[in-house]
Every structure is written in structure tokens, then in C-alpha cells.
Design a protein. Sequence first.
Length: 101
Amino acid sequence: MNLYLSIMKTHSIPSIYQQAQHFADVTKMLIAKGKIKNVKKCLEIAEDSFVNGTAEVKNVISNIYLHSVSIFMEMQHCNIKEILPKTLKIEYYKQINTSGI
């Protein structure tokens, strides 16, 4: 039984927050490499998760994924208006209007 607990501790399942951050990191890496077609696919997946997900999923997509990716996009001078899907774009504008930017 101790071996099982040891394995479970070292191979724990990532939380939804860790998964969202990993997905954001992958998306940012694709942005940095200029793989816009792949970036758009990632954003479509995030959009679908945001639109169809639970309240917790929507919160994670907005506060972890979108926040991280949009800041990176701004730093890379990406045209956010053209690349973000409709619902994520609305959420992005809510974020920047709330923060006072």
C-alpha cells in the first residue's frame, strides 16, 4: 500500500488550473513560433470550452488561459482583434476594461 501512495504522490493528476496554464504555455509557444493556424485552433478549443463549460471551466479559461495568452499576444504585438474568437474577444475586453488599461 505504501508503494501505491508513493506512486500517486509522484504522478498526481494536474488540476484544472495547471491544465489551463499548460494549454496557455503551448499556445504561447505556437505564437512565438509564428504557427498562427495552430494558434487559432487552440483559441477555438478554448472558445468552445468557455462557451460550453461549467462555471468553473469558464472561470479558469478567463482567468488563467485568456489572461496569460492575451498578455503574451500584446507583448508579441499580435492583432488580438483579428485572432481571438468572438466570445473570448468579449471576455478579453471585459478584462481590460475592468483593469483600467
